[in-house]
Design a protein around this ligand. Sequence first.
Ligand SMILES: Cc1cc2nc3c(=O)[nH]c(=O)nc-3n(C[C@H](O)[C@H](O)[C@H](O)COP(=O)(O)OP(=O)(O)OC[C@H]3O[C@@H](n4cnc5c(N)ncnc54)[C@H](O)[C@@H]3O)c2cc1C
Length: 457
Amino acid sequence: MTSHIPTPLTVAIIGGGAAGTLATVILAKLSNIGRITLLDRDGRFGRGLAYSAKEKWHRINVPAFKMGGVGADDQEAFVDWLAANNHVTGPDYSTSFVPRFVYGDFLCAQLADVEAGGRLDKRHDSALGVERCGASYRVATVSGDVIEADLVFLCIGNHPPSGFAGVEPSLRSISNVWAAGALDPIGADDRVLVIGTGATAVDVVIDLVHRGVRSEITMVSRRGLLPQVDVVTPVDPDPVTVWPVRTVRGLFRSLREDIRRKAAAGIPWQTAIDSFRLQTKAFWTGFSQAEQARFSRHMRSIWLAHRHRLAPDVAERLARWQRDGQVRVIPGRILSAAATSSGYDLTIRARGNKTIALAPNWVLNCTGPEERYDRLDDPLVKSLLATGRVRPGPQGLGLDVDPGCRLIDASGHPQPGFFAIGPATRGTFWEVTSATNIRQQLVGVAETLVKPASRDS
Ligand SMILES: Cc1cc2nc3c(=O)[nH]c(=O)nc-3n(C[C@H](O)[C@H](O)[C@H](O)COP(=O)(O)OP(=O)(O)OC[C@H]3O[C@@H](n4cnc5c(N)ncnc54)[C@H](O)[C@@H]3O)c2cc1C
């Protein structure tokens, strides 16, 4: 009798940021996974966009202990690693909001461990297309390589916003503030208008001030909502785990009730939000399309301001600059913007129907990542959409996937072995951006891979 030993599955992971790195580490632990090829366009293995930030004021937006480890069962791995590597930044490092590059260092260390095992092939290269070839896939790259793999993971992360609302691009506008050196042309005496008041906008304002910009920095967004301040929240003693709501109104009523109940017991609202955000997939998938659209239109910015919070000292710094008059926040929308030789002549319709005229030297688009993939000017995404290998997700957000993260093609069929992880799945699950969400998503997919039937179903 001959025993049948299954051939290990080969894997191609497109994108070497946090999602691609966590995918590598989690998949490498599975007994039926063989060689893993990890591609990153920018060569930012283990870091991606968020954890390539170089400055110490670019902090993770939660206390370190909430970032967790790399698997389902090692919640403590990051704080243990911090302790082992002497990253003690406060009386208790686990409650510190450490610089983002430190979390990147941690991910790089995990990747190095997998590499030392000899199964990982890291390539600084860009995927251009993915083709089905029998039961496996072929990934074509810019350098002309073709990588054959049984499983393909799309971990392509966040993309810069595709355009300015109401502002024609000019030499004095910066549409991708995440690009290397994007802020370099801004001079110390230049006036800057930052469009957006969320986490990216705050990051940029802090960068500008640290770079020596002395003139006024104006931030504008429809509601003018800055991210709220974080606190080191206790573990929720009584998390609400079932949200029997089908409407946005019902959802926020339940959330407010939970916040009130916790406040009465001396528990901060941040704790309620943190527990609640672990349920976002449940409420989003439970909404009708009309309710999803309502949420996106009316509640999104309010939710994001409470969900993505600021480290207390970062918030304090921003508040100080506002008090000093260097930073000004305007709730309003841009009415007109004409490019001039020195920047823009611009008017804003502020709250209360007030018209404000500004003449910034620079206009920066800090509205956050482009969430509609059909608007992306990204060769891989364009090719995947054009060939029908993928289709846009619900509400046009990200790419469509089934509950097991398998990408759904243009004819509505989930593709065995072809997965998307992280922000690209936001249409289906709403919020898969944090390291915690991404890890949970990967652990779920990994569980299906150890059952052989899952690739063919
Ligand atoms: C500025 C910022 C700060 C954040 N701070 C936090 C935080 O403090 N805590 C937290 O939990 N979350 C934070 N997040 C959320 C963040 O989205 C996730 O934590 C995580 O970093 C997302 O990782 P990712 O790998 O999906 O995306 P990315 O970091 O965007 O990485 C995607 C990678 O894919 C590569 N790529 C794209 N297309 C291709 C291609 N065709 N071929 C090859 N490679 C390709 C890119 O080069 C990139 O390196 C932050 C996000 C941003 C933008």
